[in-house]
Design a protein. Structure first.
Length: 444
């Protein structure tokens, strides 16, 4: 018999067929299947275990499962038989069967939606209550019966059955011969089963297979560990606080037991939290690769001559820096000279001002200018020497192909332009009459 009950369950009001059944019972939460002993008035837990017991017996006889609702008449008959020994007025048999069906449907719905740990925990706290079918509506958990539907010699017994359940039916009704009086009574153990030595086949059932060892469900407590680490709470104190909170909110594992937070678990979660924070800081401040490009642009500067301030336009060299691979603009900087040493020094100062680390730098992207790609004194080579390791050189091929063509064009054309639409030179003038020029085909 499996203890997994996550796949079992049936909605209330659904059509019951011979193939719709509950083949799994949570033994850890409800106990082993057993017959109703008759020593006490049956509780809701006893009713569930009796349903399990009848289901297992039917499965052994007919080699197939039956719907729980098909077993309700047998359960109703047994419950009425036990209550009939006390000669207390009870509700009609039809109402008892209806109450049993509502109870078993509620059980199946809760098992089906067992992910709600708080609801399932509250349900487990109520199944130890007596399955009451009497006509008396007095609150027997706190006071004795005052309506007169319960005889005087049974008032104390009914109050006991709703609370501690220490008295038995044979004690309060000695004239009744109880067929199961020889069965050892255990009102404390919720997993009480009949004596295996009983000779009657009605009370014999197949011993369940050994329960498999199940492991506790893993759960993450990142925020809890971070707050404990922030306020300096020790692992032992944090584990006690978490365990107490789990018990207050009814947080249980898959087997229905309360979850216990171990101090080693707290220590591991704190270590994960610290590593995550360090990794996040490193990822946000570390640069894997960057690209830069320089250009000369006109800049306005102010100069003071005698006592007046004059504005003039000058040409300044700028470097634009982009973080890769996300192509994020980091900013621009002004360089005083065009040599590689000055540019490399300015770039390093730029990263220091931006609080960016180059410890994880793997490559630099730039154009093919000799100042950048020089094998002895280029900017890329200077960064390798400063970091003490080789880097990937991502050199722009478009720039590499453009430079030779531009020099060749200048050598052949020797023209000048004064705008995007004007050009002087032999090739530029031929473009205007290119449609009238004869096309020469060379046959290979």
């Amino acid at each position: 018999m499996s203890i997994d009950s996550s796949n079992s369950g049936m909605e209330i009001g659904s059509t019951i067929s011979e193939s719709s059944f509950m083949s799994h019972q949570n033994v850890c939460a409800f106990g082993l299947p057993s017959d109703l002993s008759g020593l006490n008035l049956p509780s809701k837990r006893d009713i569930l275990k009796y349903y399990f017991f009848l289901s297992e017996r039917e499965k052994e006889k007919s080699k197939r499962n039956r719907a729980y609702e098909k077993l309700t008449p047998q359960v109703s008959k047994k419950v009425i038989e036990i209550w009939g020994k006390l000669k207390i007025e009870i509700i009609r048999e039809r109402s008892i069967a209806q109450k049993l069906n509502i109870f078993i449907n509620k059980y199946k719905n809760l098992i089906k939606n067992k992910s709600r740990a708080d609801v399932f925990s509250a349900y487990l706290d109520t199944i130890n209550d007596i399955f009451y079918i009497g006509k008396c509506r007095c609150n027997l958990k706190t006071t004795l019966c005052s309506c007169g539907l319960i005889p005087d010699h049974l008032k104390e017994f009914m109050f006991d059955q709703h609370t501690v359940r220490k008295n038995t039916i044979p004690e309060c009704a000695p004239d009744i011969i109880d067929e199961q009086s020889t069965v050892e009574r255990s009102s404390v153990d919720p997993t009480y089963v009949p004596n295996p030595s009983h000779t009657d086949e009605e009370f014999s059932f197949k011993e369940p297979a050994p329960l498999k060892r199940h492991y506790a469900k893993r759960y993450e407590t990142f925020n809890f560990a971070m707050v404990c680490d922030r306020f300096g709470i020790s692992d032992r104190v944090a584990s006690c606080l978490a365990t107490a909170l789990f018990r207050d909110i009814g947080f249980r594992d898959d087997s229905g037991d309360f979850v216990v937070m171990d101090k080693s678990k707290v220590a591991r979660e704190k270590a994960k939290c610290r590593d995550s924070v360090r990794r996040q800081q490193r990822d946000s401040s570390s640069v894997l690769a960057f690209s830069f490009d320089g250009r000369k642009s006109d800049s306005l500067v102010q100069e003071q001559i005698t006592e007046k301030i004059y504005t003039r336009t000058v040409k300044e060299s700028h470097l634009v820096v982009v973080q890769e691979p996300k192509t994020k603009l980091l900013g621009s900087l002004t360089v005083d000279a065009e040599d590689a040493a000055t540019k490399q020094r300015k770039l390093q100062e730029f990263f220091v001002e931006k609080n960016l680390l180059l410890d994880d730098l793997i490559g630099i992207c730039c154009d093919g200018e000799n100042t950048n790609t020089g094998t002895e004194n280029g900017i890329l080579r200077r960064f390798e020497i400063a970091l003490g390791r080789p880097l990937h050189w991502f050199v722009c091929l478009l720039h590499f192909n453009e430079l030779p063509f531009r020099h060749l064009f200048n050598a052949l054309e020797k023209s000048s332009t004064s705008g995007p639409r004007t050009a002087s030179g032999r090739l530029a003038k031929l473009i205007e009459t290119c449609e009238k020029i004869q096309v020469l085909l060379k046959l290979l």
